[in-house]
Design a protein around this ligand. Structure first.
Ligand SMILES: Nc1ncnc2c1ncn2[C@@H]1O[C@H](COP(=O)(O)OP(=O)(O)OP(=O)(O)O)[C@@H](O)[C@H]1O
Ligand SMILES: [Mg+2]
Length: 348
């Protein structure tokens, strides 16, 4: 099975096969479209739902060919900006009754006509009110049919069979199955940051911010008067640990990291406002390419006042020893694709 994560500026794919004790990573690849750095509007996907299909098809074909992937069966993740989620409150009822009630409620909440979306839902916890009545918190997920059809077209054109799709946030949360610590995963991509609250590998709330890796690159380019390719290099080389001449780089980037932190705090506030029973997050996990920014863990730890760690999903898989030197850097980058792969066992 091939897990494919189509980000706004890169495509990541991992081929899995059953291993001895866990899934085995057979092959992986990342193809970055660096064109977006030279031309600000050249992202692969934009939040306006416009996907540059032909470009993605070509990149995906190239990636799969170069990886030498042996399978055509694929599973894809869906970016948060292409999906609408909300948490609803229901009295205690059977799964079947919830299903019926959701379709009814969805009309009020989903921003598109229901015949144009694919609907799903997750039970994200229950609680008792002061009168002793039990309630269920249900997360409603809706994906525009148009988005699903686009993905089907892209995979077909790339010669792959798209077997299933899943929200990025569900893939990320799955990596923490069996870990009861309430946590927030901050996936800092290129164009967007995905904010996922979770417990026991189950997503409990999620949000999104448009401040992300490319905000840092753009800030450097503008402030230092260098081109975006150079700014990207400087960001990756120096990060925010700078002292002396590198100190300036940190001061340029920090306001954008603060913007991400503020967005996480806002989502946290809304979460607790909507789900009064929610437990406070006790830990921050960083994912996405932005998690590789040098110094980010320390900075976030200070700002959030709780432990911060980079995601380490490779631990859950078997892989050839020659990948080992790259694992630390790949861990956050490949988190979504790895979580997606783990889900193929249950095929949710
Ligand atoms: N070592 C590094 N230091 C700082 N930033 C880095 C490093 N490595 C990668 N990045 C940044 O990570 C971002 C790409 O991350 P990722 O591949 O997770 O994004 P994406 O999935 O394509 O985008 P999105 O999730 O927004 O759709 C880029 O902004 C890149 O500059
Ligand atoms: Mg991403």
């Amino acid at each position: 099975m091939l897990a494919v994560d189509i980000g706004t500026t890169s495509i990541k794919a991992i081929e899995f096969a059953p291993g001895k004790q866990a899934l085995r990573i057979m092959n992986y690849g990342i193809l970055e479209s660096s064109g977006y750095l030279a031309r600000a509007n050249q992202a692969l996907q934009t939040s306006s739902l416009k996907i540059f299909e032909a470009d993605i098809v070509e990149l995906l074909k190239t990636l799969v060919r170069q990886m030498g992937a042996g399978t055509k069966s694929a599973r894809a993740s869906l970016a948060p900006f292409s999906v609408f989620t909300t948490v609803l409150d229901f009295p205690q009822m059977s799964q079947k009754e919830i299903q019926q009630a959701i379709v009814y409620q969805a009309k009020q909440y989903v921003p598109l006509p229901l015949n144009e979306v694919w609907l799903d839902w997750r039970d994200v916890g229950g609680y008792q009110d002061e009168k002793g009545f039990t309630h269920r918190k249900i997360m409603l997920i809706s994906v525009p049919q148009e988005q699903i059809q686009k993905y089907q077209r892209i995979f077909r054109a790339a010669g792959l069979a798209l077997k299933s799709m899943e929200l990025e946030s569900l893939s990320l949360a799955r990596l923490f199955a069996g870990d009861p610590t309430p946590s927030v995963v901050i996936d800092i991509g290129s164009r967007s940051t995905n904010i996922v609250f979770m417990e026991n590998g189950q997503i409990t709330f999620s949000g999104q911010s448009d401040f992300a890796g490319s905000s840092l690159t753009q800030a450097l380019a503008t402030s230092l008067g260098v081109n975006p390719l150079r700014a990207e290099e400087l960001k990756k080389e120096r990060g925010i640990i700078g002292t002396g001449p590198n100190y300036e780089l940190s001061t340029i980037m920090l306001p954008f990291l603060d913007a991400i932190i503020n967005e996480v705090k806002k989502v946290d506030f809304t979460y607790h406002e909507q789900v009064s029973i929610a437990r406070k997050a006790e830990r921050v996990i960083l994912a996405g390419g932005g998690a590789n920014l040098l110094g980010i863990e320390k900075y976030f730890e200070r700002e959030f006042g709780m432990p911060v760690a980079k995601a380490a999903p490779f631990l859950k898989f078997e892989y050839a020893p020659d990948i080992q030197p790259f694992v630390s850097e790949l861990n956050p980058l490949m988190s979504v694709a790895l979580g997606l792969g783990l889900g193929s066992k249950t095929n949710s």
